[in-house]
Design a protein around this ligand. Structure first.
Ligand code: BG6
Length: 491
């Protein structure tokens, strides 16, 4: 049903996120009739623009997006009536985020109405904007009127900066008003992991250290750093992906079942899981950076040859690590995480590797050893679940052969078009914080990676080169190899 009456103010109206994700998501929400009737959208940015110029530029991008990414939209061509409904409600407010004037203008525009402030800006403005909003009295709520703030990532660049940012923000607003985004939580399959784990008797009983040998979590990309060198240089793969996106996947696959889908019940379990992560050991982390190579038959430059990247850059574009979760369910089960750019395949997937079955029964067959079962949870670009197990090869002898089942969710369900931000925006409008990060979880996730950041700051942590289009650095194979395990191949 429609979201309750509210307005949306986007800081960073001229930015990439607004263009690529927020406007398409608002358009999709309007197509499914979920936006409130009296919806109004205010775009705030520093550049000179006007209501008409802002609408015009977004209309052009929307037109090209709907054509090129039809699967993400309700109609292959923009639906003029639906889009018109959105543009009729768009207003541009020009202003500098660090000046009082802009908050005065916003205050006038929103009056006493319920409002969401979306910070689609560079992280250095997060604190400033929340301060500005708070000082202008725009975060005060009253009966039936809410004020909420959506904050994009990165949330801090290490533990002290994340804590300082939380303190600054919570100085102006209550935790319940703050919606920290991790867009991986907006991905359909990430939520469906909870459904699959907890709604079935098949998986959950064996989802523990007695039966699981190890877990691999992979978020591999084929794209390079693209035009984001200036952001990526001081960030790198660890900060960009691990404490947020990969830990989100880790929580979904490893947390205890919550008692309900109530936001706090789910967030409590996630926070508990993050707190149980043993702080990472720097010698169990592999850093890599892509060199020149070839991808889809084309030669591509190395990271150091990308725009806005230093010729001698030591920023990692790949990270692989081993972690332990120190609780009853997972003690002794290693979790191997890896993520990187310019790898052999685009694949976000979690694989659960079971312990092998007892061998006695097969001693007299030609089998040399039993191969462990693997359950693969596919998140991107395919969504679904695959299992691998052994069956008997037909014939007179007992011979085992590997079989695989693939359940791709698109074959079972009508998928609604989405860019991934629809759920997040809608949930914020209805006040559901389940898919957003709470301050304690952010704290716990940075606490887990901080020893590695400290060791790098002290000059440790060599960056290994891997060829673009490859499986990543050889040292990442050694990380599992020394435990007698290996990564599932990419691509
Ligand atoms: C972003 C990172 O948060 O997530 C990017 O900043 C990365 O570097 C992206 O490419 C990956 O998201 P997705 O949804 O494409 O897997």
């Amino acid at each position: 049903s429609k979201a309750p009456a509210c307005k949306l103010v986007i800081f960073g109206a001229g930015g990439d996120l607004t263009k690529r994700l927020l406007m398409p998501a608002l358009y999709n929400l309007s197509c499914s009739d979920l936006l409130p009737d009296d919806f109004n959208l205010y775009g705030v940015d520093r550049g000179d623009s006007s209501d008409d110029a802002w609408k015009q530029s977004l209309t052009e991008t929307m037109q090209s997006f709907t054509k090129d990414n039809a699967a993400e939209f309700y109609t292959p061509e923009i639906d003029e009536a639906r889009w018109g409904w959105v543009t009729d409600r768009m207003h541009y407010l020009q202003g500098d985020f660090s000046e009082d004037e802009v908050f005065r203008k916003i205050g006038q525009a929103i009056g006493d109405d319920s409002t969401i402030f979306y910070l689609a800006v560079s992280a250095r403005f997060f604190g400033t904007i929340v301060d500005g909003l708070g000082k202008a009295g725009l975060l005060k709520q009253s009966d039936g009127m809410f004020r909420r703030v959506i904050i994009e990532k990165p949330f801090g660049s290490d533990l002290p900066t994340a804590q300082a940012l939380n303190t600054q923000i919570l100085g102006q607003a209550d935790e319940s008003q703050i919606y920290r985004i991790d867009h991986f939580l907006g991905k359909e399959t990430v939520q469906s992991i909870m459904a699959v784990r907890f709604a079935n008797g098949l998986f959950e009983p064996s989802w523990r250290r007695e039966y699981i040998d190890h877990v691999q979590i992979t978020a591999a990309e084929t794209v390079g750093v693209e035009k984001r060198g200036a952001f990526y240089e001081p960030t790198g793969a660890l900060r960009d992906m691990i404490p947020n996106h990969l830990f989100t996947l880790l929580c979904m696959v490893a947390m205890e079942p919550p008692n309900s889908f109530d936001a706090e019940a789910v967030r409590n379990e996630k926070a508990k899981l993050m707190e149980a992560i043993r702080p990472l050991q720097p010698d169990e982390v592999v850093r890599g950076q892509y060199g020149a190579g070839s991808q889809s038959g084309e030669d591509v430059p190395g990271y150091r040859g990308e725009p806005s990247v230093a010729l001698d850059s030591k920023t990692e574009t790949y990270i692989a690590l081993k972690l332990s979760i120190e609780n009853w369910r997972w003690a002794g089960v290693p979790f191997y995480l890896r993520t990187g750019k310019r790898l052999a395949g685009r694949q976000t997937v979690i694989s659960i590797h079971h312990k092998p079955a007892p061998y006695r029964l097969f001693r007299d067959t030609r089998v040399e050893k039993l191969t462990p079962n693997v359950v693969r949870i596919l998140i991107d670009p395919e969504q679904g679940i695959e299992t691998q197990f052994d069956a008997k090869v037909p014939g007179p002898q007992m011979k085992l052969g590997r079989v695989q089942t693939s359940a791709h969710f698109k074959d079972f369900f009508d998928e609604k078009p989405s860019v991934g931000y629809e759920t997040l925006l809608y949930d914020c409008m209805v006040g559901d914080t389940t898919l957003f990060q709470r301050a304690d979880a952010i704290d716990a996730s940075w606490t887990a990676v901080q020893p590695v950041l400290d060791s790098w700051r002290a000059g440790e942590g060599q960056v290994e080169t891997y060829a673009a289009g490859s499986q990543g650095p050889a040292q990442a194979d050694a990380l599992l190899g020394s435990d007698g395990r290996h990564w599932l191949p990419l691509g």
